[in-house]
Design a protein around this ligand. Sequence first.
Ligand SMILES: *[C@@H]1O[C@H](CO)[C@@H](O)[C@H](O)[C@H]1NC(C)=O
Length: 177
Amino acid sequence: MNCDLLAVLAVFCCCCALSADARAARLRSRPLDNSDTWNNVMVMAKHAQAQDRDHETRLIPVISSDKLKDGDVCCATVKILDYYLRHILDGQAREDGQHHYPRLHLVKPDLHRVARDLEPHCNSKRADMEHLQTFTQNLKRAGEMYKNKTKAQNKAIGETDILFHYLYESCRATSTS
Ligand SMILES: *[C@@H]1O[C@H](CO)[C@@H](O)[C@H](O)[C@H]1NC(C)=O
C-alpha cells in the first residue's frame, strides 16, 4: 500500500518536472540557436554596414551584458524585433532598387518565427516599450540628419546582428518576462 502510494507520488513528481521543463523550453525560440540563422544575419548586416559611412551613430540602445542576463529585457528586444519586421525588413523586400540585401529572404522567416515564439510571453508593460521608443527616435533623427530615410533604414539593417545578439542573450529558456 505504502509502496503503491510512493510509486504514484514518484510518477506525479516526474510529470510535474517534465511539464515545467516543457514550459521553459517554449520560451526559447529555435532560430536563436541555429548557426545558419546566425550566419545569414551576419552576412546581411555586414552588407548593410559596408554601405554605411556614418560610424558615430547607433540606433539600437546599448544594453549592458548584466542587464541582458538579468532576463527582464527579453520582451523589450522583442518589441524592437517586431518593429524591424513591420517597418524595416518588409520595406526592403522589393528587389527592384539598389538595396538588395543578401540572405534577407532567409533571415526574415527566421526572425518572424522568433517573434511568433516569444510574443505570447510578453505583455505590453511600459518598461518594455522604452527601448523601442529610444530606437524609433534614433532612427527618425538619423533620417533627418542624412536627409534620407533609406540611409537610416540601411543603418538599422546593419544593426540586425546587434538585435539578434540581444535576443539570444536576453531570451533565455528560464526567462519569464
Ligand atoms: C538616399 O540614399 C540612397 C542609398 O544611399 C540613395 O540611393 C538615394 O539616391 C538617396 N536619396 C536621396 C533623395 O538622396
